[in-house]
Each structure stands twice: as C-alpha cells, then as structure tokens.
Design a binder for this molecule. Structure first.
Ligand SMILES: Cc1cc2nc3c(=O)[nH]c(=O)nc-3n(C[C@H](O)[C@H](O)[C@H](O)COP(=O)(O)OP(=O)(O)OC[C@H]3O[C@@H](n4cnc5c(N)ncnc54)[C@H](O)[C@@H]3O)c2cc1C
Length: 389
C-alpha cells in the first residue's frame, strides 16, 4: 500500500500561474508541493505573446528573473502592436521612447521551462510527469491521487491546472462555460515574408458570420505563430470551422496572403480554449483557491492570460501566507483573495467584456473606434503604465 505524503500547500499545475504561485510562496519561505502531469520542457497551445501583467509579475517575482527574461536568447521584444479593425482602419499601440517594449514573444515550450527553472530547490517539492486523477475534500485535508498511484494529503490546494481544471470541477463544482470562453486554433509557420518592421504584432478583427480575431506573432527562430478564434458559444452556434477559416485567411485575405505565399506550416493545427469567466464562477472555497485559466482570468478582448495568471499566483501566495499564519483556510477567510483579485483585475476585465460585446456590432464598433481613436490610445497608455513593468 502507498504511504500518503503530507504537505501544507499543494499547487496543481506548473504553467505560468502555478509557477508564479510557487516562486512567490518560496520568497515567503513557505514549503509546498507543485505537481504537473507533464515533464518540462512541455509545449502548450498559445499565441506566445507576453504583455502587461507578464512583465509586472516577473518584476515582482524578482529583478533577477526579469533580467534573465530580458536577455534570454529565445525571447524577442517589440515596441508596437497594430490592431487592424478592417482592411482600411487600424489602431497602433506604440511604446514610448523611454520604455523598451510593449509586447514580447516566447514559445511556451521555452517560457514555461524558463519559469520552471526558477522554482526553488528548497521550498518547492516538484512532482512532474503524472497528473491528478482523483481529488476530494476529506476531514484532515484535501486528498490527491496521481495517475502513478502517489497519494498526497494537503491542508490547502491551489488549482493552477488551466482551462479544464480538475480542481475547479471537483472542488468548486464549476462547469465549462462556453459563454465566457474563446476557442482558438494556432500553428507555427516558417518562411513567412514581409512581416512588419520591428517585430510589431499584427492583430486583425475579421468579421465573418461572427467576429474572429487573427494574430500573427513573430518568433526568435524566424518562425511565426498564427492563431484565430472567437467566442466559443458563437463558434458552436454558427458552426464555424476555425481551421478552414484560418487556412482561407492565409490563402485569400488581401492583406495577409502575400506573406504566406511561400510559407510552410510546422506541425499540426492545435486548438484550445481561453476562459474569461472571472466574476461568474466560484474561485475559492474551504481549503482551495483557483488561479489563472482555472479561475477564468484571461482578458476577454485581447486574450492576455499568461500575465493575469501569473499575477493571480502572486496574489494567491500572499493570501496563503496570511491564512497560514493567522486566519486559517476557511471559505470565509479566503474571500479576501476574491476581493484582492477584484481590486487588481475587476475593472480591466469588465471593460474587456464590454469591448468584446460592443465589437460584435461591426458598424457601431468601427464608428466608435474611429471617433474615439485618440482616447483609446490614451487609455491603453494608462493601462500600460499601471499594469506593466
Ligand atoms: C491559441 C491560444 C492563444 C493564446 N495566446 C495567448 C497570448 O498570446 N498571450 C497570453 O497571455 N495568453 C494567451 N493565451 C492564453 C494562455 O495560454 C493561458 O491563459 C495561460 O496558459 C494560462 O496559464 P495557466 O498557468 O493558468 O494554465 P496553463 O498554461 O494551461 O497550465 C496548466 C498546467 O496544468 C497542468 N495540468 C492540467 N491538468 C492537470 C492535472 N489533472 N494534473 C496535473 N497537472 C495538470 C498542465 O500540464 C499545465 O502545465 C492563448 C490561449 C490559446 C488557446
């Protein structure tokens, strides 16, 4: 029979949200387990773009971590993002001269490995390569069983296991919520030509039966990450086949097709979901809290989920310290985590929901965007100053 291992805190998932939680807990000298079903380096379907909170979170986690991010040979940076509203109008978001970047690009296989390599040898007990198969609340703690048979009893659990979180489904009883999620497909291409100068990000709003977002992000190895997606419930309602749509865009879209005329796809199309249900689902309860995608913290409009996830991990770790030293892990004492997340993200994420809803109405949105262009650029600058490095 297996001997049950005991720990005070167990993080499930070692993506950006789980690793940020772990690094912050280690800074607070709190020993913990961190579990992931994969061994690292491992890939994750993503656009590979890092903005806003990713910088802020890395700076909080440590100046040395941020410095090694900046000089990492596989990560590149840019001062410009262009949002194409249609073939004629666009909004440009440029970083000011005194700041280095507005967006960085890092393949997730490299970025997540970079974060994992910063986990503490002293405080983070790492269990990678076997996923959580069972999890339940018991009298003495949360019982966790891994696929390899290992059994763990933890006083407290952090659900950092992404969009299809087992912690969210078993402990919080949350269901997959297609109304508050996007579905995206993505793939890498080589030999893409005529990319914008200075590694600028290209984002296009494409109106078909529904609104779709198309992203072209350059990478350090000369490849390009392209992705396409939109609201999950609309994709289902209108029967949109994202792979057909994105292939059609790179073949026929008059502003895109030339770039891809000699390009070759590397690997397969991959699809995954981006949840933005924060505020609509339970994210804390007796002996657990959720971070990142498990908590539905992605930005509904521009899909930042890495940075918000990392920032939620930092906020989670500070709350765990408080609960451990003072208040206990009851549902009531964990409410403070909900409040702290609301304070940090509430307004921004609500604004992103409004923007996504408004963007559905093409004529209205284009007219408003044209009219308010200067104001939007100013607002984005304020967001960057407040929520970035
Ligand atoms: C196509 C696409 C493009 C995107 N582009 C961007 C972008 O450019 N920028 C951006 O900021 N965000 C982007 N996102 C969103 C971003 O990928 C997520 O928001 C981010 O990965 C969330 O981080 P996380 O740590 O919460 O979850 P994840 O990165 O999903 O990490 C969860 C971890 O938990 C592990 N896990 C899962 N289940 C178990 C289990 N049962 N037991 C143990 N371990 C488990 C997984 O192996 C994984 O390592 C994109 C998403 C998609 C789908």
């Amino acid at each position: 029979m297996n001997k049950i291992e005991k720990t005070t805190v167990c993080i499930i998932g070692a993506g950006p949200s789980g690793t940020a939680t772990s690094i912050q807990l280690s800074k607070l000298k709190i020993p913990h387990y961190i579990i992931d079903k994969s061994n690292f380096p491992r890939d994750k379907t993503c656009g590979d773009g890092l903005i806003l909170y990713a910088y802020k979170a890395m700076k909080i986690l440590g100046d040395d971590l941020f410095a090694s991010f900046l000089k990492h040979p596989k990560f590149i940076h840019s001062k410009k993002i262009t949002l194409h509203l249609n073939n004629r109008s666009k909004i440009e978001f440029k970083e000011t001269d005194d700041r280095d970047m507005i967006i960085s690009y890092a393949k997730r296989i490299d970025f997540d490995q970079f974060l994992v390599s910063h986990l503490s040898e002293t405080y983070a007990n790492q269990h990678f390569g076997s996923g959580v198969k069972e999890i339940r609340d018991e009298a003495e703690g949360v019982f966790i069983k891994l696929k390899n048979g290992k059994e763990i009893l933890s006083k407290f659990v952090v659900g950092a296991d992404g969009a299809k979180s087992i912690v969210a489904s078993k402990l919080a009883n949350n269901k997959i919520d297609k109304k508050h999620a996007s579905t995206f497909v993505s793939a890498y291409f080589k030999d893409v030509i005529d990319l914008p100068i200075g590694n600028a990000a290209e984002v296009r709003m494409i109106y078909k039966k529904m609104l779709l977002f198309f992203y072209v992000f350059p990478l350090s190895d000369g490849q390009v990450n392209i992705s396409l997606g939109g609201r999950a419930d609309h994709i289902k309602k209108y029967g949109v086949n994202l792979v057909d749509e994105i292939q059609n865009i790179i073949k026929n879209h008059k502003k895109v097709k030339n770039k891809f005329k000699n390009a070759t796809k590397i690997g397969n199309w991959r699809g995954w979901s981006i949840p933005f249900h924060f505020g609509n689902h339970k994210i804390t309860g007796e002996r657990f809290l959720l971070v990142g995608d498990a908590a539905g913290l992605a930005n509904a409009f521009y899909k930042e989920g890495i940075g918000t996830g990392m920032m939620s991990g930092i906020i989670a770790a500070k709350n765990i310290e408080r609960c451990l030293n003072k208040d206990g892990f009851s549902e009531a004492s964990l409410k403070k985590y909900d409040e702290d997340l609301q304070k940090e993200f509430g307004r921004l994420l609500k604004f992103s929901h409004y923007a996504l809803r408004a963007a559905k109405y093409k004529g209205f949105f284009l007219a408003m965007a044209g009219l308010l262009k200067k104001k939007i650029e100013q607002k984005v600058h304020r967001i960057i100053k407040k929520r970035s490095y």
